[in-house]
Ligand binder design. Structure first.
Ligand code: F3S
Length: 68
């Protein structure tokens, strides 16, 4: 599974950081991004559920997931 955050859509609500802190971080501007470790590669299977929950609960629907 690949995951991305659209910085144009993210409102900085931070729900993703609570749900999957291993995968998302806040930039200095206060918006979410995928940590470098998973920016260009598949998210490990053990974190996929958390990423799906984060995408589901992001208030602005800024998180996109796609099959790896
Ligand atoms: Fe942004 Fe959504 Fe996370 S608004 S901070 S991607 S919960």
């Amino acid at each position: 599974m690949r995951v991305t955050v659209d910085a144009e859509i993210c409102g900085g609500h931070g729900a993703c950081l609570s749900t999957a802190p291993e995968v998302f971080r806040l930039t200095d501007d206060g918006y979410a991004e995928v940590v470098r470790e998973f920016a260009d590669t598949d998210v490990p299977g053990g974190l996929e559920d958390a990423v799906e929950q984060a995408a589901l609960h992001c208030p602005t629907k800024a998180i996109s997931i796609s099959p790896g």
